[in-house]
Design a protein. Sequence first.
Length: 355
Amino acid sequence: MVETMLRGRDWINTQEWTKDELDTVIDVSLDLKKKFALGEPHELLKGKTLFLLFYNPSNRTRNSFEAGMTQLGGHAHFLSPDTMYRPGLEEEKASGKQLVKETGESIADAARVLSAYGHAIAIRIFQDPTLWIYGRGNKVIREYARYAKVPVMNMEDDVYHPCQAMADLLTIKEKFSRLEGKKVALTWAYSPKDRTIGVHQSNALVLTRYGMDVVVTHPEGFEFDPQVIADCKKNVEQFGGSFTVGHDFDAAVENADVVMPKSWQSLRFVPPQTEEPNLNAAREHAGKFKNWKCTQEKMDMANRDAIYMHCGPVDRGWEVTDEVVDGPASVVFQQAENRLHAQKGIMALIMGGRP
């Protein structure tokens, strides 16, 4: 069923949207993708402004949002805290003691000012190597949403990446006409770089709403947020399929239809599970599992028509071999393109949509 009353909604976590609403996003995204392919104008947001606030750098996210707004007839302003008065929050340790206070304009004031100038605010904020408190990024985005008079969009925080999840769902739907019963392996893979957990957490949340058999697999110490696990289990109760968590890479990819290996940082080494961030210890722990890599041998264990996915940037040689990334099962570049179309669908609905 198509939902027509999505104008003005915030986009922070897909769990806050119904399945019918997510279906509408996919339907609109596919329609806009067809128009893009045919060169048909679709300036649904003509004259509208989106503020893009990046606390962290980006390639796919920034360019897909800026290109998307241009194609929809609007304009995107790129902002960073360094070009503003560094809006921020007081942060606290799990013990309750003050850890840091960011100086500058309050988020409440920044949100209200930007609301007066444009039609939506999109924010990307996850870890800071010197100040990594799990959930801080999501807290910042929700603080903007609390005071903004326009929709607020999550371009990735340290808990969720809902835009990537919708692009991935769109990609899977294009490959498989029926999603129910398809097995998805959301596996951890080693990278020497610090990666957030939000991509796979959001994918698990979205895909468990479509009757798929979602298998999350990782070494000990890389557990999901307990709330995300609880929400995935609720999704399965409502929509069918299954959700399991394991520690066997081979078992996860065996007979899988979608293989999605990606690194994420262990939450055991950052607040609130620790007093202070200890990224050196986190990297040392991850280094014990360098054999967690997606190879052609792993892909051969999956179904014959299985696809390999990665949100990018792909850490070639660590998370996956070139043979797989560049092989016939890989859809990583279609997946990257679908960021553009999925985000255009979201923006068109919440910034334009039904008056």
